[in-house]
Design a binder for this molecule. Structure first.
Ligand code: ADP
Length: 183
């Protein structure tokens, strides 16, 4: 699992690490954006929250998490990128995994300075035009991260699986640290 603030590089690093580990990378953010694009009921429910920089409610996400972890592709393990994001989501992940006699092996926390996070997200806004990459939503997402997602670090520290990885520098050098921390 990769934990980190918006803009910390979870998607970029997760893709490289998943290839290295030969497991699928699953991102609830990507799945939600695809649902929004297709205009499915899930996408319709999620869009207003996402555009405001708020988390999609747990009752919407819990089903999605179960679906991901119960899928056949997940049987050999997955790299979770961008979820769980709240303590109830983490508890749900633990429950589903425990039912399959599995567990969270490792949590990599990508650490990046706040100023750098904002710069990266504004840069991505200019390049990719994601509708939640505007200054107001970025500030909201950082606040939501500190309030609702950062507490997961101590949740997983109690399980002894957390490794902190400095997320500043070149993509390749960060990846070297990620691989070392993942084993
Ligand atoms: P970022 O890490 O840059 O915020 P993501 O793609 O992980 O990008 O998430 C984008 C948005 O999707 C979030 O701001 C939130 O609204 C929604 N989202 C993604 N994953 C979850 C989740 N597990 N629980 C609730 N909301 C989520």
């Amino acid at each position: 699992m990769i934990l980190g603030a918006p803009g910390s590089g979870k998607g970029t690093q997760g893709k490289l690490l998943a290839e290295h580990l030969r497991v699928p990378q699953v991102s609830t953010g990507e799945l939600l954006r695809a649902a929004v694009k297709r205009g499915t009921p899930l996408g319709k429910q999620a869009k207003t929250y996402m555009d405001q920089g708020l988390l999609v409610p747990d009752e919407v996400i819990l089903g999605l998490i179960r679906e991901i972890l119960d899928s056949r592709d997940a049987a050999g393990g997955v790299l979770m990128d961008g979820f769980p994001r709240t303590v109830p989501q983490a508890a749900a992940v633990d429950r589903v995994l425990a039912d399959r006699k599995a567990r969270v092996d490792r949590v990599l926390v990508l650490e990046v300075d706040e100023g750098e996070l904002v710069n990266r997200l504004l840069g991505r806004a200019a390049k990719e035009g994601r509708s939640d990459d505007n200054l107001e939503s970025i500030k909201q997402r950082l606040q939501v991260y500190h309030a609702q997602t950062a507490p997961l670090i101590s949740y997983y520290e109690r399980q002894g699986v957390v490794r902190r990885v400095p997320g500043m520098g070149q993509v390749e050098e960060i990846q070297v640290r990620m691989r070392a921390a993942a084993t």
